[in-house]
Write a protein that binds this ligand. Structure first.
Ligand code: XMP
Length: 516
């Protein structure tokens, strides 16, 4: 792999993703990992990420300089670049001018990682410390007002460094720099793609599962669907999926799973309609955390019951159900400090968590993948676009999009409004552009309206379209007014009881994406 050494900023994951986008496999490792351990992973190249610290304060994270003489190509980014310069004898000091945000970089020598660059680039900076002099043997490629050495390289030692952040979209030519480092400077092949990943995973799953039976809980979301499709490709009818309908799903969702998914994959499905049970338990509950707890708990019990049934059925056919498929993704693994082996597995789930005493071994075929890779694999496996490009939807479903207590009438109303918003965003070709668009019913709020000369006293619907790369932070999407107007008109016309549509224009932070 290409190792991305995390110096503790939020940029490391992004770097790892950009490397994969350049079709090279990457893994994240903490900077505390020893150089011997890193080299034991047989890295094809190493990228040192940015970090919050400054290299000349006590206790600043560093790295054993042996990394720079191991013969492995290294790219230092931001803090990682300063560490490289510092360790190799360059001069790193407080910048005369801190640069935060959009900055102009002057490219003095368009070579190596900056081959064919225009003489000026708009780049994204975040530094108060600068490399004042490059270490011996390095050529300075670029400078900015605050960074006399903004990019440098020593191709004979395969060492490269850049002060700005090539991994963020705000550096328009950043991916070009990463691409050149990987393919031209480090000479790596572009072999990380959906069909290779599938082939590799299918072989691994077959080996792990053998002849045993497997179950998978489907949430209706893309992750569990792709995980199931992958396992099905590997072991066919040894897999049974369990889908719990908790009554908090969106319009058409049950049919989509029952019909489209099964049709596309041929997977055995056990669908459980538990909506009555869930809605009874949720009666009169409006506090968000209580709702989540009830939904989570009910979900587990329902799933357990269904799983036992699958196990019993499999037993009659002489098969032992030993494995449970989970759609855990790489960011979950990284965030739970894992990455190397079963001991670190945190049980990820969509609702509330599955109990430990379910006693299955986990199959997590997506645990090294990012969301965009999961989507690419889903398409390659033949899943329909409606599943592959589904926007994220929370496990507790519409239950946390009704502000107030949950009733069937309110759910039906919200389902209608949500379906209209989704239909119109899809029609406008915007649904892949935005990350997701929660539609929220403020059930306990009433305002006065007028419709057909009549006074109305109805509830508002909130549209919450957001743009995001990972849901950790988000911005509200600047949707075209015409599209918003059309959604608003249709919702107020078609959803009786709704007399106002409002737009949420808050980023995350300070708000969250969902309202509860
Ligand atoms: P927030 O509201 O925390 O949401 O900004 C971040 C992302 O997570 C989704 N979300 C959930 N997903 N179970 C889930 O599976 C949950 O309980 C849950 N709560 C929020 C949300 O839709 C967004 O994509």
């Amino acid at each position: 792999p290409v190792l991305v050494v995390d110096f503790g900023a939020q940029y490391a994951q992004l770097i790892a993703r950009r490397v994969r986008e350049a079709h090279v496999y990457s893994e994240l490792v903490p900077h505390s990992m020893s150089v011997e351990q890193m080299l034991a992973m047989d890295p094809k190249a190493i990228i040192l990420s940015g970090g919050p610290a400054s290299v000349y304060v006590d206790g600043a994270p560093s790295i054993d300089p042996a990394i720079f003489t191991a013969g492995v190509p290294v790219l230092g980014i931001c803090y990682g670049f300063q560490v490289m310069a510092h360790e190799l004898g360059g001069k790193v000091d407080k910048a005369a001018l801190g640069e935060y945000g959009k900055t102009v970089a002057v490219i003095d020598t368009p070579a190596g990682i900056l081959q064919d660059s225009p003489s000026e680039q708009s780049v994204w900076m975040s530094h108060g410390v600068a490399v004042k002099e490059a270490p011996d043997g390095f050529a300075v490629l670029a400078h900015t007002a605050g960074a006399p050495v903004a990019a440098m390289q020593d191709p004979s030692r395969k060492l490269y460094g850049v002060q700005w952040h090539p991994e963020v979209r705000n550096t328009p030519l950043g991916q070009d720099l990463i691409f050149r480092f990987l393919h031209e400077c480090a000479g790596l092949e572009a072999d990380w793609d959906a069909s290779n990943i599938i082939e590799d995973q299918v072989a691994k799953i077959r080996k792990a599962v053998g002849n045993h039976a497997v179950i998978c809980g489907l949430s209706g979301g893309v992750d569990s669907a792709v995980a199931a499709a992958l396992v099905h490709r590997a072991v066919g009818d040894q897999l049974t999926c369990v889908f719990v309908d908790h009554g908090l799903l969106r319009k058409g969702e049950v049919e989509q799973v029952k019909h489209d998914f099964v049709q596309a994959t041929g997977i055995k499905l056990m669908a459980v309609d538990a909506s009555e049970d869930f809605l009874t338990a949720l009666k009169g509950v409006s506090e968000p955390e209580r709702k989540r707890k009830i939904i989570g708990e009910k979900f587990i019990r329902t799933f357990e019951k269904a799983a036992r049934e699958v196990v019993a059925q499999a037993g009659e056919q002489g098969q032992d159900v030993r494995f449970l498929v989970q759609g855990t993704l790489y960011p979950d693994v990284v965030e739970s400090g894992g990455g190397d082996g079963a001991a670190n597995i945190k049980s990820h789930h969509n609702v509330g968590g599955l109990p430990d005493d379910l006693n299955f071994e986990l199959v997590e075929p997506l645990r090294l993948l990012f969301k965009d890779e999961v989507r690419a694999i889903g398409s390659e496996l033949g899943l329909p676009d409606e599943i592959v490009w589904r926007q994220p939807f929370p496990g507790p479903g519409l239950g946390i999009r009704i502000i107030g207590d949950i009733t069937r009438e309110r759910l039906d109303l919200l389902r209608e409004a949500d379906a209209i918003a989704r239909e119109e965003l899809n029609r406008a070709g915007l649904d892949r552009e935005i990350w997701q668009c929660p539609v929220v019913l403020l059930a306990d709020v009433h305002s006065v309206g007028v419709q057909g000369d009549e006074r109305t006293y109805g509830s508002p619907i909130v549209l919450r379209p957001v743009s995001s790369e990972d849901a950790m932070t988000a911005d509200w999407s600047r949707l075209p007014y015409d599209v918003l107007a059309h959604i608003s008109t249709r919702i107020t016309n078609e959803c009786s009881g709704i007399n106002r549509v409002v737009l949420d224009v808050t980023s995350k932070p300070p708000a969250t994406i969902e309202w509860e």
